[in-house]
Design a protein around this ligand. Structure first.
Ligand SMILES: NC(=O)c1ccc[n+]([C@@H]2O[C@H](COP(=O)([O-])OP(=O)(O)OC[C@H]3O[C@@H](n4cnc5c(N)ncnc54)[C@H](O)[C@@H]3O)[C@@H](O)[C@H]2O)c1
Length: 350
């Protein structure tokens, strides 16, 4: 009987996203969850109990875990500040890596990870999970197929309320890693919206951004920003980010093309499509077509499925380290524009 080869994953970080990745590994016929690591003793043991992971596969020291000889790939789902060190170490140990977003908080760290990928020849993927939300996957396909023509204006957003995220601790000690002056709202969570506009419309060349801090007054960074940008083909875009607003979490996005428009997000069960090419069939563009989709805002299962396929078939990574780095560069250019009060050019030569 033919034996199907599986990718044996280990996960570093057993917080909310780490657990989501663990479920993704457990519920996929091409993957196994071999081991997990987290310095928080209580949390890592609770996680092991939740997913029936034997105690000899549970670590408080991720470096010890990497000494196992039965791990093919590692998922880095730890605070942003840990991504570069753990990703580089896992690549150096001969494992493929899926690293959470934002890829890193500095371009220097992004470059360290890209260099390690090149040096080791292992595969490195960034977890920009918006690219796996069914609404955005459908929108991307419509755009790539030319259904709405050439994009001339796009807008994306990231709307959240970080005051509702519980304070973090490690082994009982406060450790709210989101409260880092390097973790600007537009980079930490806003990278989802920046990545989305880049994925749909390409790399913007210049950015101007305005920001304020009127909601999370004790936060070390601004909580709300509007970022406007220009694309090489003349298209323009707007990215709205708030980590302190009073509204449900979503990423409402609009893509306007020369032949139609798409209005979509990552939490609804449908998207709206307006197209001009059906007018001669009696359907005016003002009659929107409703396309039903599954609502799956954090589709880590699809990310893991794609990564496992890529590893098993030795294909190139699609959501690459370079893509993760471009999104960080875009975010940091927006932060710089806030600081200087004017437009900033974005350099994607890393
Ligand atoms: N893809 C998404 O939509 C999404 C959503 C939320 C968070 N994230 C990202 O995922 C990562 C984790 O976020 P979270 O919400 O799960 O955070 P969390 O605070 O819930 O969990 C982080 C876990 O990492 C552990 N940890 C801390 N330092 C560590 C270290 N040095 N080594 C190993 N583990 C360590 C903590 O004990 C904790 O259990 C962050 O990079 C965050 O930006 C992504």
């Amino acid at each position: 009987m033919a034996v199907t080869k599986k990718v044996r994953f280990a996960v570093i970080g057993s917080g909310s996203i780490g657990r989501s990745h663990m479920r993704g590994c457990l519920f996929n016929f091409q993957t196994e969850l071999v081991a997990i690591a987290d310095p928080d003793v209580e949390r890592v043991n609770e996680t092991a109990d939740m997913y029936a992971i034997p105690k000899d596969r549970v670590y408080t020291d991720w470096r010890e875990m990497l000494k196992r000889d039965d791990i093919d790939a590692v998922i880095v789902a730890t605070p942003d500040q840990c991504h570069a060190e753990q990703t580089v170490a896992a690549l150096e140990s001969g494992r493929h890596v899926l690293c959470e977003k934002p890829f890193a908080l500095t371009l220097e760290d992004c470059k360290l990870m890209m260099e390690a990928e090149k040096r080791t020849g292992k595969k490195l993927m960034v977890g920009q999970v918006g690219r796996y939300a069914p609404g955005f996957v459908k929108a991307k396909k419509l755009i790539t197929d030319g259904v709405i023509g050439e994009i001339f204006y796009a807008e994306t957003e990231y709307a959240h309320d970080y005051s509702k995220i519980p304070g973090k601790t490690i082994n009982g000690q406060p450790c709210n890693w989101r409260l880092d002056p390097l973790r600007h709202g537009i980079l930490g969570g806003g990278c989802h919206a920046l990545d989305m506009i880049r994925w749909m419309a390409g790399n913007p060349t210049e950015v101007t951004s305005y920001a304020n801090r009127m909601m999370l007054k004790d936060w070390p960074t601004d909580d709300t920003s509007i970022t406007i940008c220009r694309f090489p083909n003349g298209a323009i875009g707007k990215v709205f980010v708030s980590i302190g607003l009073k509204r449900n979490y979503t990423m409402r996005s609009c893509f306007y093309g020369t032949k139609g428009s798409i209005i979509c997000d990552n939490t609804s069960d449908h998207l709206m499509l307006y197209r001009t090419d059906l007018e001669d069939k009696g359907i005016p563009f003002t009659t929107p077509l409703r396309i039903d989709i599954d609502a799956e805002s954090h589709n880590t299962k699809a990310e893991i499925n794609e990564f496992a396929d890529i590893i098993l078939n030795d294909e190139p990574v699609r959501t690459t380290a370079y893509e993760g780095t471009c999104t960080v560069a875009f975010a940091l250019a927006a932060v710089e524009s806030n600081r200087i009060g004017g437009p900033v050019k974005i350099d994607y030569n890393f």
